[in-house]
Ligand binder design. Structure first.
Ligand code: AGP
Length: 588
């Protein structure tokens, strides 16, 4: 779970009483501190934290222990009304060992248990009716050593059903080693778990029938497979993951695209008054590329919204609107609450998601999986190119159904898509060359990334990758926007990365490169293999095979990913778990 948050970690076990061990920093720190401890137990829980309330420290790490020392709790989420609950408890004489909302909720549960003389399950149910916020909670009770109680609202929870054992986790990756049988817990559900029993209930204390699903995930998929880092493995997996994404959907011979989620809702999609892409981070950049594609092919107006802004901006959403929600993890809280907002106003939600069975996949009306496999590296790479492949196929399908694309262009683009996996392999052959470029610029204080048209979002993505992985300040801009201000930053110390593959903007981008060269800026350019013009101008080039500008972003982003990876490596940074980040941001 460490990739989901790693500023501190802790475990609690029941072994002749409740024992809690926690440490600031990576799981390795905690492991070191437990070497001499007797860690044998039949029930236990662990947590890797991404701080929301209270700085990363031993005392704010989870699990937290109740004032009476009998209960332990781990929590993923945010309790928004914790301050009021805390004041109520302080008025009753409670004191707190940490700054967390979690410890407040735990003592609130203990207080209800004591005042109502009821069991933990009932106390939790009562408490949750007073709680505002998002949570997955898991509790251990020293008085009931063979039972674990869990509850979910907003944050993800999956339960693994084993033989005489059960496992709970935020996603299936730590469970597949032990069982492929899982239950995805829904909002407002409680789970009461014993080694050989799983009971699901709603907050109304009604029993629910667990829906057991079979995982189609291999252990190897979540291991490094001989690569130094998950990020590098996932960058090099892209020829296969893009192929997997196209497989069974794209048929160049038959000139067809088969996507059930699109076909079953084709009227809604092709008659959409407007398409609104909702996403965060790298997925938002995929939405921006898709804006260009959908408007060009489908002639449907598209808007690309930061999910967090859309949620609180009181946006105008009309019933005829189609929302395309893009997410690798399918658990990003900002995107989930934005979807809920749009659904309230009658919009149709189409999810483009990577993690099978994730919340966004389950709350969308329809959707398409990106089939990129588990993405462990915090910096999203293979999920981005798979998102572009899926969004391109959806747009082509809708355009064909709408009649806004002629057969010749349609067949041409199907063929272009079909060739991407092989061309991606060619791009990856430059990794050693790109490593040398990274060594040249790794000590730069700032970077600028520039592109036009389809390459503008790729420039934004390149800048995001460098920021995440190397902690170097980097900004992406439409190249023509430079002369309206940012060009003031340019001097001989500033590397400027141009995403300049051959396209309908090529002549324009050449003059933008001249503007930078005229001010002694260092130009690194991603170019198409036969581009002698820019080769002669740039200080360094990274080459991709020729491709239609509409699909080229799946190729031109790869040198960006490699550049950031190697700069991070050469700066000896933890590229798989960069500081302050989490793979799936499950809190707003
Ligand atoms: C990208 O490298 C980051 N990990 C982050 O920006 C990410 O794209 C964002 O948090 C959205 O995540 P999602 O695709 O899982 O919703």
């Amino acid at each position: 779970m460490e990739y989901r948050g790693y500023d501190s970690a802790g475990v609690a076990i029941i072994n002749k009483g409740l024992h809690v061990y926690k440490k600031k920093g990576k799981v390795a720190n905690l492991e070191e501190s437990l070497v001499a401890k007797d860690m044998h137990a039949h029930a236990g829980m662990g947590h890797t934290r991404w701080a929301t309330h209270g700085e990363p420290s031993d005392r704010n790490a989870h699990p937290h222990v109740s004032a009476n020392g009998k209960l332990a709790m781990i929590h993923n989420g945010i309790i928004e009304n914790y301050a009021r609950l805390k004041q109520e408890l302080i008025n009753k004489g409670y004191t707190f060992k940490s700054d967390t909302d979690t410890e407040v909720l735990l003592n609130f549960v203990q207080d209800i248990q004591q005042n109502n003389h009821c069991g933990l399950e009932e106390a939790l149910r009562i408490a949750l009716k007073r709680v505002v916020g998002a949570y997955v909670l898991v509790l251990l009770d020293a008085d009931n050593p063979d039972t674990i109680i869990a509850a979910r609202k907003g944050s993800p929870l999956v339960i693994g059903v084993g033989k005489g054992e059960h496992f709970l986790a935020s996603d299936a990756s730590p469970i597949i080693e032990y069982t492929k049988e899982v239950v995805y817990v829904n909002d407002y559900e409680l789970a009461i778990i014993k080694a050989d029993e799983l009971v699901l209930k709603n907050l109304g204390n009604e029993k629910l029938t667990p829906f057991i699903q079979k995982l189609d995930l291999q252990l190897a998929a979540i291991e490094k497979g001989g690569y130094d880092h998950f990020m590098l493995k996932e960058i090099f997996e892209q020829p296969d993951t893009i192929f997997d994404c196209l497989r069974g959907r794209l048929d160049v011979q038959a000139s067809t695209i088969t996507m059930a989620g699109v076909q079953n809702n084709i009227d809604k999609l092709k008659n959409a008054d407007r398409i609104v892409m909702i996403a965060c981070g790298t997925s938002w950049h995929a939405g921006l590329v898709a804006e260009y594609i959908f408007e060009e092919l489908c002639r449907i107006p598209v808007e690309v919204e930061y999910a967090s802004e859309f949620r609180y901006r009181n946006p105008v959403v009309r019933p005829g609107d189609v929302i395309i929600a893009i997410s690798q993890s399918g658990e990003t809280a900002d995107t989930i609450v934005a979807i809920d907002k749009a659904k309230e106003q009658g919009a149709f939600i189409f999810g483009v998601v990577n993690v099978v069975g994730s919340s966004i996949a389950r709350i969308s009306h329809a959707g398409a999986y990106t089939h990129a496999g588990p993405e462990i590296g915090v910096a999203s790479t293979k999920a981005f190119t798979a998102q572009l492949a899926v969004l391109t196929m959806i747009a082509l399908k809708v355009a064909q159904e709408k009649g806004t694309i002629d057969q010749k262009r349609y067949n041409h683009l199907l063929n272009e898509l079909h060739e991407i996996p092989e061309k991606a392999t060619a791009v990856l052959r430059q990794s050693e060359h790109i490593k040398k470029i990274a060594a040249k610029y790794k000590d730069a204080r700032d970077f600028l990334y520039l592109g036009r048209g389809y390459n503008f979002p790729v420039a934004l993505e390149g800048a995001l990758k460098l920021k995440e992985i190397s902690y170097i300040h980097a900004e992406g801009y439409p190249a023509a926007e430079m002369k309206h201000g940012p060009i003031a930053l340019v001097d001989e110390h500033l590397p400027v990365v141009f995403v300049a593959t051959r396209d309908s903007y090529h002549d324009k981008i050449v003059s933008n490169i001249q503007e930078i060269k005229a001010r002694k800026g260092k130009v690194l350019a991603v170019i198409t293999e036969d581009d002698t013009t820019i080769t002669g101008m740039a200080d360094d080039t990274m080459v991709v095979p020729a491709a239609d500008e509409l699909v080229a972003p799946m190729l031109s982003v790869i040198p960006m990913q490699l550049l950031s990876y190697y700069v991070g490596i050469l700066k000896e940074l933890d590229v798989d778990k960069p500081r302050n980040l989490a793979k799936s941001v499950t809190v707003e």
